[in-house]
Design a binder for this molecule. Sequence first.
Ligand code: SF4
Ligand code: SF4
Length: 165
Amino acid sequence: MRNVLKFLVNSRMIILSVLGVSLYLAISEYHISLWYILAAGTVMGVVFGKVFCRWVCPMGLIMEMLMGLSPDGKIRQMYQYHKVGCPIAWISGYLNKYSIFRIKLNEDTCKNCGICDKKCYIVAMEPQKYSLYKPVLEKPGSSYTCSKCLECVASCPNGSLTYKI
Ligand code: SF4
Ligand code: SF4
């Protein structure tokens, strides 16, 4: 299961490209109502949290390609804050706290190595506020901004982070 998740995380840009372009074509060719997309994004939010932006959304694909052009991370921050304008991001970001699947830490096996925090863009933006493993800080996976890239889970060397029910 862990290897499947790693494979998915490593293939995320391919998955986002395929799903994003397919969704764009479906909307433009078949005139699918954006209300259906909003409903689908909300259902996905209830089950998985805010996965739509980084795994499915055509606009998310464009934003990530722009982010790739920014070595200093400024476009990354622009991406985070521009998503505030999307109703799917509002709803599913809020659902990060209540979704069925969530990122969980096994404190008994965690070695406090900090690798997971280094992978997380939320921790990078506010290291005094968030951490995936430090007990006194807030968990970024429950924050509005976490778009379930799952880099943290895939990077943990001993499987102390999981994404499960
Ligand atoms: S999935 Fe993990 S690494 Fe990605 S934003 Fe959420 S907490 Fe950070
Ligand atoms: S990468 Fe894993 S072991 Fe290291 S601090 Fe994070 S959860 Fe703990």
